[in-house]
Design a protein. Sequence first.
Length: 283
Amino acid sequence: MATNKNRTEVFEKPDTDADFDKENFFIDYRTIGYDTEYIETLHYHKYYELELICEGEGEHKINDRSFRVSRGYISLLKKLDCHVYHFKGTEQISLYSMSFSEKCISPKLFQKLISCYDDTDFFLTDEEYNQIKSLLDILYQQYKKRTEDFLIIRDSCLNVILSLLFEKVSMTTVYSETMHNLKRALLYLGEHFSDADLSLTKVAGAVGLSQNYLGLIFKKKLKISYIDYIKQLRLTHSIRLLKQGELSLDEIAEKCGFNSKSYYIAIFKKQYGVTPKKYKEQL
């Protein structure tokens, strides 16, 4: 970790596999720490990352928290979360590290993912650990083989893993009044995102909050602006409609709240690197 007198340097870590841009997914099993070639600095990603420790122990720093971790510890890192592992003496850890984009998961799970208010990391019970590790074992083996059914297996296993984790989060998270306010806003957005005039002012009025307060909650708790959140929400739902293959681009743009087909195409291409038409053809 590079430091100077006044601050800690934080680096954006590049994609760990050349195929990530194409598949929006990467999984690896590795050992890091003492006497290994793997050297890590405090970094963040522009995608989501899940890590499960299978052996050893060390220290994990996420954003402004540091704590001891060992077998059974799992972390679900959101975009721009900063993290790094530190080790004392001869410590090592062996872990699964999985990176993925929102294109690999269902719209409902994506909604939950970007609605996580607190840090989603904890120790699993033995039963939970065995369940999730088994799914990661399957993912890892299938990722190396890359059979024609890999994408189906990838999405199925990943969605099950996230469902199990969100079930645990819902059982252990206690929400403050601020969290309840944010949840009400997110539920409203989930029902009205097709409204092209869904401004922050309109949403705040609908749930009885001030515009400035609601905007601050998005930035502080979700680490994303209201504009970026609603854009991601609409794009994710548009992908679901593209996969169904029943609607035209004009109809999809309208149903997802974009002002025009041309604007929808421009936003989609900026986010995913291809046009909606090209994405549909690749499906």
